[in-house]
Design a protein around this ligand. Structure first.
Ligand code: 6R9
Length: 649
């Protein structure tokens, strides 16, 4: 191990769940005999009908099928709530910290959670929702978002959470995509001192949906909203009358728990399907071991429940473990850049999990915002969403962790359900910028992108694939199993293809180098360049658009759009602003291009394919080595684009 590695302190390791010797032993056992290993881990849950089979998976193209614990039955909400009532009924399950720092925080005990979830489940049942039906959840980061997810799980409905920052169009596409019966929303979503009109967005979305879709609205701010009596249901009123107990549905381990839409390299976002048993076993286990969670801890993941991180590591993993999980409605910089640390101090947070983009943004505001607060309760820090640059890692370590707190850099994806590459804080020596080593049961391989062969040498670079299944792996794309097979199993036969490139160093540590497909990572959020392009060309003045990522100091990657206007349209700053607004309204604020370059023409091959490699280079301001341009139909186009490039850093 080279001397830049940070070895966990003896103090930390003494009380940690896993030390390095245990990691090595358990890892080997998990790979040698996954049946036995996961058969044992499955006992973390309460099963209604115990499983007799463990692993039944096949990565062969044309026959891809993934099943875990397939004959067991259980209910996820019972595992996250009911089974804790005897021992921890009065312990906080959720701590809610509202956007407004002056407003009262709330502590929701496991007993409260049980009552709230049962009531919401009864309301949904009364609205006609049953086992297998789909429910869209479009809510702010309020406890009701967790109640809604668990209420669906209780009655066997499949939830699909849509991030509250998405536009009515994006919401409507998801409602239709999974043919949802109900949308659960709120009047408004307060965030960073502003309010997003969720109900009115929902009203707009529903104009383009079947008229049988119902809307259940939670009052968050109490502001006026439009009300359509036959369609709209008032959560606050209905839960007053609802029964405190709702009998949980007995679900098969392989029944879908949720669908979560995520961006891919082509076309429309795909509905990633996760099922009940394996997902819950895996998220519970990773939550406990990766964050070294112990009874009495207060764990905080600052993600939004609209992303997979919120599903696995705010709601399901922590609650399956009977943990106390903090939910934060706000943003890191409101009312000032000290908010994260004020919340850590106020609630005596022990584990804090956030994204590199947030760390970089706060780093830029100076250490004085951190230094004001007492962060002595913190024990473990985590990051997720994108590679963390060593400078941000060191700042996080020095100023937030005071050099005492291991940093777990967790690599995983919506598709993987839980952490795949990650340190264990009492075990793994850390290297800033590396997601280090695989979790139990995970066999990463690096393939040569050209030959598709596994690279045997320890030190190497290539594409990251996983050799065999793990329990929280996605099972299919909602309604399109062929797309599932094609996206993840067809480029490299017999492997799960992650879409990421990586490097493995001499110690066997993994370093993610970023996406190798047309997905960009903006502030830790995935965005398909094709999605932004189709939004742009939907504008009447746009003839053609090509979108690529470029390095951005805070966001990791920024969105760079090359736009060719319709004949007769003139470029102007007003039009640029109009296009920015347009993309915001088509997809959401996270998709707004950072730079728009007017392109009289785009570099194309003679067969008409846009040469993105060249556009990426120009956007990166690295046009010295454009590589082979001989296949271009009109090489002069490139000189024009270089001449007028927008990124000159
Ligand atoms: C959990 C989540 C997945 C993509 C993934 C990769 C990037 C996530 C990372 C990371 C480097 C890490 N990514 N964690 N890259 N280091 N620790 O983010 O899911 O939104 O589906 O994004 O994010 O490129 O492929 P998702």
């Amino acid at each position: 191990m080279n001397d830049q590695a940070f070895t966990p302190s003896a103090d930390f390791t003494r009380d940690a769940h896993i030390d390095i010797a245990t990691y090595d032993r358990m890892y080997k056992a998990s790979i040698a005999d996954p049946e036995a290993f996961w058969g044992e881990q499955g006992k973390r849950l309460d099963w209604m009908q115990p499983y007799t089979t463990v692993k039944d998976t096949n990565f062969t193209l044309g026959e891809v099928s993934i099943k875990w614990f397939a004959d067991g039955t259980l209910n996820a909400s019972v595992n996250c709530i009911d089974r804790h009532l005897k021992t921890r009924g009065n312990q906080a399950a959720l701590i809610f910290e509202p956007d407004d720092p002056g407003a009262q925080a709330q502590s929701i005990t496991y007993r409260d959670l049980h009552r709230r979830v049962c009531r919401m489940a009864n309301v949904l049942r009364d609205m006609g929702v049953g086992k297998g039906d789909r429910v869209i959840i479009y809510l702010p980061m309020i406890p009701e978002a967790a109640y809604a997810m668990l209420a669906c799980a209780r009655i066997g409905a499949i939830h699909s959470v849509v991030f509250a920052g998405f536009s009515p169009d994006a919401l409507g596409a998801r409602i239709n995509g999974c043919d949802a019966k109900v949308v659960i929303t709120a009047d408004y979503a307060p965030r960073g001192g502003r309010k997003t009109p969720l109900k009115s967005n929902t009203d707009t979305a529903l104009l383009h949906c079947k008229d049988t879709v119902k809307c259940l609205m939670v009052r968050r701010t109490g502001d006026q909203v439009t009300w359509i009596p036959e369609r709209d249901y008032d959560y606050n009123e209905l839960t007053l009358e609802a029964d405190d107990y709702c009998k949980p549905e007995e679900m098969n381990a392989e029944d879908p728990l949720f669908i979560l839409y995520t961006s891919g390299s082509t076309g429309q976002p795909k509905g990633v399907v996760h099922t009940t048993g394996g997902y819950l076993v895996y998220t519970a286990m990773t939550h406990e071991l990766v964050f070294d969670y112990h009874d009495g801890d207060t764990y905080w993941c600052s993600a939004d429940v609209g992303w997979v991180t919120g599903h696995s590591y705010i709601v399901y993993g922590p609650l399956a473990n009977g943990a106390t999980s903090l939910m934060f409605e706000g943003v890191p910089t409101y009312p000032d850049p000290g908010r994260f640390w004020a919340v850590c101090e106020k609630h005596k947070v022990t584990q804090f999990y956030t994204a590199p983009t947030a760390i970089r943004a706060l780093m830029g505001q100076g250490p004085e915002w951190v230094d004001k607060y007492d962060l002595s309760t913190l024990r473990v820090l985590g990051t997720v969403g994108e590679p963390i640059n060593p400078e941000a890692w060191n700042w996080y370590n020095d100023h937030v962790g005071k050099g005492r707190c291991p940093i777990v850099d967790t690599w995983w994806q919506t598709e993987t359900g839980g952490h795949l590459l990650t340190p264990l804080p009492g075990a793994t020596p850390l290297k800033p910028g590396s997601a280090t080593l695989p979790f139990f049961g995970v066999e990463p391989v690096v393939l040569d992108p050209h030959s598709g062969q596994e690279i045997e040498e320890t030190k190497c670079e290539g594409v990251l694939c996983i050799k065999d299944s793990w329990p929280a792996q996605m099972r299919t794309v909602w309604g399109d199993h062929e797309r599932f097979e094609k996206t993840y199993f067809s480029d490299y036969k017999g492997y799960y293809f992650s879409g990421d490139g990586c490097r493995r160093d001499e110690d066997g540590y993994y370093w993610i180098t970023g996406r190798v497909d047309d997905v960009i990572n903006v502030s830790g959020h995935r965005m398909g360049t094709a999605e932004v392009e189709s939004a742009l060309v939907a504008h009447q003045k746009v003839a053609e658009a090509a979108v690529v990522g470029y390095p951005h100091p805070i966001k990791g990657q920024g969105i760079y759009a090359y736009v060719t206007l319709m004949h007769g349209e003139e470029p102007s700053d007003d039009l640029r602003k109009e296009l920015e607004r347009w993309v915001r309204s088509e997809i959401g604020p996270i998709a707004k291009p950072d730079l728009i370059q007017w392109a009289p023409g785009l570099p194309k091959t003679r067969s008409g394919k846009i040469m993105r490699r060249i556009l990426r280079k120009i956007a990166e301001n690295d046009f010295g080595s454009l590589g082979d341009t001989s296949t271009l139909a009109d090489p002069a186009v490139v000189d024009e684009l270089i001449e007028n490039r927008m990124n000159r850093d």
